[in-house]
Design a protein around this ligand. Structure first.
Ligand SMILES: NC(=O)c1ccc[n+]([C@@H]2O[C@H](COP(=O)([O-])OP(=O)(O)OC[C@H]3O[C@@H](n4cnc5c(N)ncnc54)[C@H](OP(=O)(O)O)[C@@H]3O)[C@@H](O)[C@H]2O)c1
Length: 309
């Protein structure tokens, strides 16, 4: 099953959510559909995606359809765009949610590990988590190709459809880890914050430079993040933030924003986040359902506008 083939009518608009089969993505699909939006729930795995649609169906949400999407494969994004074009002729909301954290975890029994973490404060949890994860080069590469290049490929394929909407919106699920304060070099921090002088091509170059520096253990020289782990994740989200800001400038008719969902209980953090997926989806819903003329090029920490630095 590649995609739903019936015709749908939507009053509240049509949304695409990437990585919609679990975690925050699934909850965003649920909340959008509950608000009357027709949701195209996408997942890289057809079985997991179809199961998620059927779970939402049992909640009475029949306005959710499935389409396969592997975000790191541009041809997959083109197939999704063809589907949307044929069925709806436009897209109102794109939620770039799919993401990975660029690590491999070595945990014997996930449930007992979760219980061990649950009794600790945030600093303690992070210390223990960092002792159980590694960040090999291959994962760093995957992290950039999913969280940065993946978002770009999906956005590029969806842009003409968003421009066909009377009110196109993009919400990029970022992270507080994408804030530039995690970078150790002032020059690089300034370059990534100086949106007027930054280009997409330069972001691609920086992404390649990062991977080379990561491979050779030379993070400090150019000013990449060096402390606290999740290094590629931090860089991928910072590049994604900068890309969102460039895009928001280039497309003033669209509303394009980044949202840090909070530390949310999902598989990404062994289900020990301190807020629920319902709370974590709130900022995204706010941006996705915002009326025409709302903010663009902003970064939200849950539901509050926050600096990119
Ligand atoms: N949880 C937090 O505390 C937290 C904090 C800050 C930011 N975030 C961000 O929130 C977003 C959602 O995270 P989550 O916590 O809900 O994580 P999650 O439970 O691990 O879910 C991640 C989702 O992304 C999908 N995905 C990963 N790689 C993909 C690919 N190449 N193509 C298509 N789908 C892909 C996964 O699909 P599979 O099921 O097939 O793996 C899954 O549906 C991510 O962007 C994450 O960085 C989360």
């Amino acid at each position: 099953m590649e995609g739903y083939t019936g015709n749908l009518l939507s009053i509240e608009g049509v949304a695409v959510v990437t990585g919609g089969n679990r975690g925050i993505g699934l909850e965003i699909c649920r909340q959008l559909a509950s608000n009357g939006v027709t949701v195209v729930l996408t997942a890289r795995d057809e079985k997991r995606g179809a199961e998620a649609v059927s779970t939402l169906g049992t909640l009475g949400l029949s306005n959710v359809v499935f389409h396969q999407l592997e975000v790191s494969d541009p041809s997959s994004a083109v197939r999704l765009a063809d589907f949307i074009k044929e069925k709806f002729g436009k897209l109102d909301i794109l939620v770039n949610n799919a993401g990975i954290n660029g690590t491999i975890s070595e945990v014997g029994d996930p449930e007992s590990f979760r219980q061990e973490l649950a009794g600790m404060d945030l600093t303690g949890r992070m210390e223990i988590i960092l002792k159980h994860v590694t960040e090999p080069y291959e994962q760093a590469e995957k992290c950039l190709s999913t969280n940065y290049y993946g978002i770009k490929a999906v956005t590029k394929a969806m842009l003409p459809l968003l421009q066909s909407s009377s009110h196109g919106r993009i919400v990029n699920i970022s992270s507080c880890y994408g804030q530039l304060r995690f970078f150790c070099g002032e020059e690089l921090k300034q370059e990534l914050n100086n949106i007027d002088n930054l280009s997409e091509q330069r972001l691609d170059e920086l992404s390649e430079l990062f991977l080379t520096d990561f491979k050779h253990g030379q993070l400090e020289t150019r000013g990449w993040p060096t402390e606290g782990g999740f290094i590629a994740y931090k860089v991928s989200k910072a590049l994604m933030n900068a890309y969102s800001r460039i895009l928001a400038k280039e497309h003033p008719s669209l509303c394009i924003n980044c949202v840090h969902p909070g530390y949310v209980q999902t598989d990404m953090n062994f289900q020990v986040g301190h807020i629920t997926v319902e709370e974590g989806a709130r900022g995204t819903l706010m941006m996705a359902m915002a009326p025409k003329g709302g903010i663009s090029g902003a970064f939200l920490d849950l539901t509050e506008v926050t600096p990119f630095v």
